[in-house]
Design a protein around this ligand. Structure first.
Ligand code: GLU
Length: 510
């Protein structure tokens, strides 16, 4: 095999959907596996759909994912420029060449004329296509005389260049994931290759660039499968069949219920992002990204890699190196991959558990600072150790473990009503007396002292522990109590218990 050259070729029309991230990831894994070259090409020939900031967003998001490029808009390379709007001058000659050899033609119909024909078709319950049947009745260089054609072109009036689909040929296309696909050319339409605005369409620019950039494999989303016959015919018309890349069309990422393509709306409904990073759109709306949601990039790409591929084993956690080694286009599924937000979160949980404590601490500190929560650095490692098995995101340490950093601002009403008896006031009072006596205020000593109290008083454990926990945490959740007490310290523990006693006396059992 020639040395592998693959590209990710997004159009900067908005934030990159996670489906696009997966396409980039599979290209990246494939390139790395074969020591190939991975290229970022920006396909921005559709000026109407261009969105400012989208290119930067794509680069930033992929960089966050750890998906790196060997050539591209942002890193340069031997085939620069890699932004199609900067390659404008290249495409026209290729379109003209196809006209010259009879594989394409000039089309003079105005958008209004085509619209009105489309309407006439609709009235007869038919769908209009510019194709081998209709082109014979339309305004183009196939129906105009050479003189009329020349006159039109010389007059400076707008025209497009369309591909002339060959009549009635059975073509066999090969897709690395889907196998052979048979198509009769009569079903295809004469797509515009070059527009009246002087820019190529996606089809022309994409084929010309893949050829010039010596792309060996095109790995892209399934939505491009219907374009594959045209792309084959374009390679053939140019005489580039020998070096035509191999194609692999990736399955869609489906909604959680499996019905249809995963959209932003599904994310909004289900409370999960469908974008890698936050995106601020022009109306001031912010779309949530996995990065800002709290995903670790390694967890995110592991989760993405398994949406549509698996190596055929039970293994689910893969390092990037393992993904590179194991990735295989043959093992990409043909059918859509259902997105499961709970499973997505599971990946982040696993990666958080695998993270060394010190790293968790350094991720936690900026979050604490942002919320201006006080903390004692000495205890942060203990806190993350206690919390890491219980959380999905680093910031859950704060939402689930706020009591480590500040006194509860209120007590869980149901717990107070249902689980705390009037006897709690005395119990808490006595516990505080015992705690005050402790000279060494660490988990073991606290534990021992609490157990001793339970035994001596003859109370049952929950009658003692629930009020203490409520006093310290505000509710019945959280890790082992003596640990919490040691971390927040003797003084604070005693104070929280006193405050809770006051609260019970004033507001509950007065
Ligand atoms: N510009 C196309 C897109 O945004 C690229 C498709 C392809 O990879 O050929 O999806």
């Amino acid at each position: 095999m020639n040395s592998v050259r693959v590209r990710f070729a997004p159009s900067p029309t908005g934030p990159l959907h996670i489906g696009g991230v997966r396409t980039a990831l599979y290209n990246y894994l494939f390139a790395k596996k074969y020591n190939g070259t991975f290229i970022l090409r920006i396909e921005d020939t559709d000026q109407q759909r261009y969105v400012a900031g989208a290119e930067e967003y794509i680069i930033e998001s992929l960089t966050w994912c750890g998906i790196t490029f060997d050539e591209g808009v942002h890193v340069g390379g031997p085939f620069a420029p890699y932004r199609q709007s900067e390659r404008k001058a290249i495409y026209k000659q290729y379109a003209e060449k196809l006209v010259e050899i009879g594989a394409a033609y000039y089309a003079f119909d105005s958008p209004e004329e085509l619209d009105s024909i489309r309407k006439q078709f609709e009235e007869q319950k038919k769908v209009f296509q510019y194709d081998i049947y209709t082109r014979k009745q339309l305004k183009n260089s196939l129906t105009f005389s050479p003189h009329e054609t020349q006159q039109w072109i010389n007059s400076g009036k707008p025209y497009a260049i369309r591909f002339k689909i060959p009549e009635n040929r059975e073509i066999i296309l090969t897709d690395l994931i889907r196998g052979e696909i048979h198509v009769n050319t009569n079903t295809l339409d004469d797509k515009v290759l070059f527009k009246s605005d002087g820019l190529p369409t996606y089809h022309l620019a994409n084929i010309v660039d893949d050829h010039l950039m010596q792309i060996t494999h095109v790995i892209r989303g399934e939505e491009w499968l219907p374009s594959l016959p045209l792309h084959y015919l374009l390679y053939e018309a140019f005489g580039w069949t020998d070096t035509m890349p191999q194609f692999a069309h990736l399955p869609l990422i489906l909604k959680p219920d499996g019905k249809g393509k995963l959209s932003k709306r599904d994310g909004d409904k289900g409370g999960f992002p469908v974008f890698p990073c936050n995106w601020n759109n022009a109306d001031g709306e912010t779309y949530l990204g996995y990065r800002e949601w709290g995903f670790l990039p390694e967890a995110f790409i592991n989760m993405m890699a398994l949406l549509g591929w698996n190596p055929g084993t039970e293994q689910e956690i893969f390092s990037k190196q393992e993904l590179i080694q194991l990735f295989d286009l043959q093992q990409v599924n043909k059918s859509g991959a259902r997105f499961d937000p709970e499973k997505a979160k599971w990946f982040n949980q696993q990666y958080i558990r695998m993270l060394p404590e010190q790293e968790l601490v350094s991720k936690l500190i900026p979050l604490l600072d942002k919320e201006q929560l006080p903390y004692n650095t000495l205890y942060l490692t203990r806190i993350v150790t206690l919390m890491k098995e219980r959380i999905t995101f680093v910031h859950d340490i704060i939402t689930e473990g706020r009591f480590f950093f500040e006194r509860p601002s209120q007590y869980d009403e149901t717990v107070v009503k249902k689980k705390i008896k009037p006897s709690a006031i005395d119990i808490l009072h006595n516990i505080n007396l015992k705690l005050k006596e402790l000279e060494i205020f660490d988990g073991n000593h606290i534990e021992h002292s609490l157990q001793q109290y339970i035994q001596q008083s003859g109370k049952n454990a929950s009658e003692v522990m629930i009020p203490i926990r409520t006093a310290l945490v505000g509710t019945t959740k959280g890790p082992h109590l003596p640990e919490i007490m040691e971390i927040i310290g003797k003084e604070e523990t005693i104070l929280r218990i006193e405050k809770f006693v006051d609260f019970l006396k004033k507001s509950v059992y007065n």
